[in-house]
Design a protein around this ligand. Structure first.
Ligand SMILES: [Ca+2]
Length: 288
């Protein structure tokens, strides 16, 4: 944990980098920077030639990159730092066909050496202007990311909760009709069947009360809910439930308030357990 905190603090303040860089003389820093640049240049060429199967020349360049890495280490860490890495190179230039498995291993070790050198000394050879630029760039990037997170968070929170509904239905009268905000459209169940309306919210919401407008099947007046069970759920668990009865089919159904409440509801189930005449129907279910 401590290491993680130190890493974050260093990432933003670059204090350690500034301190390490200040400990190095300008001359040693210039020597190390030049050596590291040469190392990187030779390493890139070595990699390219190695991949093109000019392996002997690639090895010679890898050795040049390795020597430059050693030179950079010596400038920054002293001779001991340079001696920490040593490789046994072939005593004479090879022909490509003489390059064997051991030389492939040698090339990999050289690659590790120049990569680790770059990692170890890059902070120590920064000039003060570079450290300042890093500090500003990292702060700015973090600020931009922070603002983006806040903006997205706010947009997520303020976006309205939407409802979708599903359930078996009579043709032309889908479940979505029960949550479309229009009392003139109805969800009708198939004839002479009980059934279930599942209303799902786009994200959990608190519910203080439910309003139901019963169905009637427009001008036919022959379909409506009689008995129902209402459930407020979260993750499939029932948070609150009640049952109710509509005594008759009305010509002009009015909203009926159902006293049922729960927080963090993600789904509402209206189970139609009884119906009037030809089948069940609901014009609208809404929530407060
Ligand atoms: Ca409706």
């Amino acid at each position: 944990m401590r290491a993680a905190i130190d890493f974050v603090v260093e990432f933003f303040t670059r204090k350690k980098a500034a301190l390490q860089s200040a400990q190095l003389s300008a001359e040693a820093r210039d020597r190390a920077r030049r050596a590291l640049a040469l190392c990187s240049q030779r390493a890139r060429s070595a990699e390219t030639l190695w991949n093109l199967h000019f392996r002997s020349t690639a090895l010679t360049l890898a050795r040049g990159a390795f020597d430059a890495a050693q030179e950079a280490r010596a400038a920054v860490l002293g001779e001991q730092g340079a001696e920490a890495l040593a490789l046994a190179w072939p005593s004479a230039d090879l022909l490509d066909r003489e390059v064997a498995r051991e030389h492939t291993a040698l090339f990999s070790r050289a690659r590790s050496a120049w990569e680790s050198t770059e990692r170890e000394i890059r902070d120590r050879i920064l000039v003060p202007g570079e450290i300042l630029r890093q500090r500003i760039a990292r702060g700015a990037t973090t600020a931009v990311i922070g603002i983006a997170v806040i903006v997205f968070g706010v947009l997520y929170l303020v976006r309205p909760v939407t409802m979708s509904a599903r359930g078996e239905s009579y043709p032309g009268h889908p479940a979505q009709n029960a949550v479309d905000g229009d009392p003139s459209t109805e969800w009708l169940l198939p004839s002479n069947k009980t059934g279930k309306l599942e209303i799902t919210f786009s994200r959990p919401r608190d519910i203080d009360g439910v309003k139901i407008i019963n169905g009637r099947n427009e001008h036919y007046g022959d379909r409506a809910v009689k008995d129902y069970r209402l459930e407020l759920r979260r993750d499939g668990k029932v948070l609150a439930a009640t049952t109710g009865v509509f005594a008759a089919i009305e010509q002009s159904p009015q909203p009926v308030a159902v006293d049922l409440a729960a927080n963090g509801v993600d789904q509402v189930i209206v189970e139609v357990t009884g119906f009037h005449k030809a089948g069940g129907g609901l014009a609208e279910v809404s929530f407060e």
